[in-house]
Write a new protein. Structure first.
Lengths: 130, 148
């Protein structure tokens, strides 16, 4: 009797997979409309900080400066079955770089909005999504 | 309880402990999207402007000073796919990994575009981003000429 119970327990244990999903993010999501009003040659660094707040990084480039705003989103999914483990981590970002001249007037802007394209997936899935 | 029964119970007790010891793992880590070679080929040194590069590639990951009034911009991406047996499940280590702007992941590939003082593309370099960054990612030292 004990032997039968033990075998049933072994079979049940082997058939019980464990999976998990987790999500992590850094900063607040950025939206495209946040930069639509920024006009090179007109918008100043003060205008930018009034709308977006303090940048995450300021870089000095000779006479110029560059401000970085970013939001990073990560989704992880895992699956384990006794001795087999699958893990996948997908990280995408919203990122804005704003370049200012010596008078703190905006000259160039570069923006990427991919933070909401992260996926919970397995390692074999195609998550490039380009 | 017979001898076989005791052995089975012992095996049951050991099984959960053993499950984390020798495992086959398939781990994949994806960070940002790689730009196609054709997109990068369209950006010609001596011709492409900073605006054109930003329009095509979006926001860079890193920006560094280059030749005082120029700049070096870096785009990077990662698609790390690992399969193999391990003696333990490095779950905590795996989960503790996270993206940082302060430290470039050695596995990250990318492109660095160098712009001259007129913000015209001077040179494009491809490869592992950490290696490419060594020449540019130095922080400018603080000005210590004025006593506090």
């Amino acid at each position: 009797m004990i032997r039968k119970i033990a075998w049933v327990a072994v079979a049940a244990l082997c058939s019980l997979p464990a999976c998990f999903m987790s999500k992590g993010s850094l900063n607040q999501p950025l939206r495209a409309h946040a930069v639509e009003g920024f006009v090179p040659g007109t918008t100043t660094a003060s205008d930018v900080t009034a709308r977006l707040g303090a940048p995450n990084e300021v870089i000095q480039l000779g006479q110029r400066t560059a401000y970085r705003y970013d939001f990073t989103n990560t989704k992880r999914a895992g699956f384990t079955l006794i001795v087999v483990t699958f893990l996948n981590e997908d990280t995408r970002s919203d990122r804005i770089w704003l370049f200012f001249d010596a008078k703190d007037v905006l000259t160039h802007a570069g923006a990427t909005f991919e933070g909401d394209e992260t996926e919970y997936s397995m390692p074999w899935d195609d998550t490039e999504g380009d | 309880m017979g001898r076989h029964g005791r052995r089975l119970i012992a095996a049951l007790a050991v099984l959960p402990l053993a499950s984390g010891c020798v495992t086959f793992g398939w781990e994949r880590e994806v960070r940002d999207v790689a730009h196609s070679a054709s997109t990068l080929d369209e950006l010609r040194p001596g011709d492409a402007s900073l605006s054109q590069c930003l329009d095509r590639l979006g926001a860079p990951l890193y920006v560094w000073e280059y030749k005082r009034d120029g700049m070096a911009l870096a785009w990077g991406w990662l698609d790390n796919d690992q399969k193999g047996f391990s003696v333990s499940v490095p779950l905590a280590e795996y989960l503790s990994a996270s993206f940082s702007y302060d430290q470039i992941d050695a596995r990250m590939r990318g492109i660095v575009l160098l712009f001259d003082e007129n913000l015209t593309l001077e040179l494009a370099q491809r490869g592992y981003l950490r290696d490419l960054s060594l020449a540019y990612a130095r922080r400018r030292p603080a000005d210590t000429s004025t006593p506090p």
